[in-house]
Design a protein around this ligand. Structure first.
Ligand code: GLU
Length: 478
């Protein structure tokens, strides 16, 4: 008796519905964000719907803080949902209802085994080096044999013979012997549903057609399918979903991704590393999905191009350098006023958004993240006397201060404070002095910015404005 997951394109019968179902026991980490992205893209690509379900049934480990961080992280990445989030914990009654339906139809049964009996069973299995599984001791027993009022769990009557094949859209055909799936608990003795039941009932009630999730859930699919099929026998209209189990993300050294590799919440990429959402979106897309060699893919293109066929079977490696390179690309593409606002928020009160926006075309050329922009723009808001880096101080040793005096006097006579005029004037002076332009520009940069790297020196003069620029030059001139 082989049973195949039909993978019958449920899409045909009413449109694609995907869902992201995070457990709010931690923040939205990079792997979860990618799962969310793939679900979102698949639905958007097929003109379907995508839903969010917060799997908060583990009340002890779920926190409001994590729920907020997940919702905020998804929002920041621009992943929107077609309905308000559904909270799994609100639906315990509905889950229990299905457990009772399965029981009443004979697809599940009451198990009166006590915790002690079950522990003894497992002890024996361990001793005999057998897999630890429920042995079906109440599967065919008459519940009347149980002591009056004894507590019971409800267990699913899973098929014992044959095998089940799932035609996974990423993993391909995967077959498991049915005897490997034990009669697991769907409703606990206290009447609460187990996670395995809750997922299946929620997916059905939400009309989910495609289950796209991490491949650490592939085993669960073989446990969840028997519930779906039993309910389909009872009610009809419980089709197998299409499964797509995507490989986990590994660190750059190939080991499973951990904090050390950057398995942080997306807010860390936003706040600590200064990554733009479109860069993380693009990076996560490329992490496990490919379209030829293209690295830079916009949101609109992603929606147009994404499909499960492009998702690879092997784990992808997280690479911070690649993320930063993409981020540099998106910084250069980004609107200057938007970047100025983001940088100003990081700098604090002394930041001048308008000035930042004017400086942005120059600043963003070299930047890989918002922190670089903060650093690069620091000279704009520095207060006199300007602190000098060691290198800048070195440049200002000896003759340089005399040169600065000459430059200062010449520029003071300049009324047309534009970068073209200032450049022409400085070049003329360099020629008069018989010096290369660098001999003038270096001390100017040191005096104006306190550093040895900055936007073009004439842009710096203009950005600072005549009075401030002359005052800074003056302060370092001999
Ligand atoms: N809540 C599960 C998780 O966060 C996902 C369950 C599912 O996608 O079926 O890993």
């Amino acid at each position: 008796m082989a049973s195949e997951s039909s993978s019958a394109d449920a899409a045909a019968s009413g449109g694609v519905v995907t869902r992201f179902a995070p457990s709010p026991t931690g923040f939205l980490h990079i792997g979860g964000a990618r799962t969310a992205l793939f679900n979102w893209l698949y639905a958007r690509h097929h003109g379907g719907r995508t839903l969010l379900r917060i799997e908060d049934t583990d009340r002890k480990r779920s926190t409001q803080e994590a729920i907020d961080a997940i919702i905020e992280g998804l929002d920041w990445l621009g992943l929107d949902y077609d309905a308000p989030p559904l909270f799994q914990s609100d639906r315990a009654e509905r889950h229990a209802e299905v457990a009772w339906q399965l029981l009443n139809a004979g697809h599940a049964y009451k198990c009166f085994a006590t915790p002690e009996e079950l522990e003894a069973m497992r002890e024996e299995q361990r001793a005999n080096k057998k897999p630890l599984r429920y042995d079906g001791r109440w599967r065919d027993r008459d519940p009347a044999e149980a002591p009056e009022g004894a507590p019971f769990t409800i267990r699913l009557r899973t098929p014992n013979e044959g095998e089940t094949t799932i035609h996974d859209r990423v993993q391909g055909a995967v077959t498991v012997k049915n005897e490997e799936i034990d009669d697991y608990i769907i409703l606990r003795a206290d009447g609460t549903p187990t996670y395995m039941l809750a997922v299946v009932v929620d997916d059905h009630d939400m009309g989910v057609t495609h289950v796209i999730r991490g491949d650490d859930h592939l085993n669960n699919a073989f446990r969840q399918l028997p519930i779906i099929r039993a309910m389909n026998q009872i009610e009809g209209n419980w089709p197998d979903p299409v499964y797509a189990h995507i490989p986990l993300i590994h660190g750059s050294d190939g080991a499973k991704l951990s904090k050390r590799h950057g398995a942080l919440g997306v807010e860390a990429y936003r706040d600590e590393f200064g990554i733009l959402p479109e860069a993380l979106f693009n990076y996560l897309l490329r992490l496990g999905w490919g379209h030829g060699d293209r690295e830079e893919i916009t949101r609109a293109e992603a929606v147009e191009l994404f499909d499960l066929d492009g998702v690879g079977k092997s784990p992808s490696r997280f690479d911070m350098k690649k993320l930063e390179n993409l981020n540099g690309h998106y910084l250069r593409e980004a609107d200057d006023m938007r970047l100025a606002a983001l940088v100003a928020a990081r700098i604090g009160e002394e930041a001048d958004v308008t000035l930042l926006a004017r400086a942005m075309p120059e600043l963003k050329v070299r930047a890989k993240n918002l922190n670089d922009l903060v650093e690069g723009s620091a000279f704009l808001f520095a207060k006199r006397p300007i602190a000098l880096t060691d290198k800048a101080a070195q440049i200002l040793e000896g003759e340089a201060r005399n040169i600065l005096r000459t430059i200062c006097e010449r520029l003071r006579g300049e009324n047309d404070w534009t970068s073209e005029t200032l450049e022409a004037t400085t070049k003329a002076l360099a020629e008069e002095l018989g010096l290369g332009l660098g001999k003038l520009a270096q001390p100017m940069r040191a005096a104006l910015t306190g550093t040895t790297t900055s936007p073009g020196i004439f842009d710096v003069l203009v950005l600072l404005g005549r009075d401030e620029a002359l005052a800074r030059l003056d302060a370092q001139a001999a």
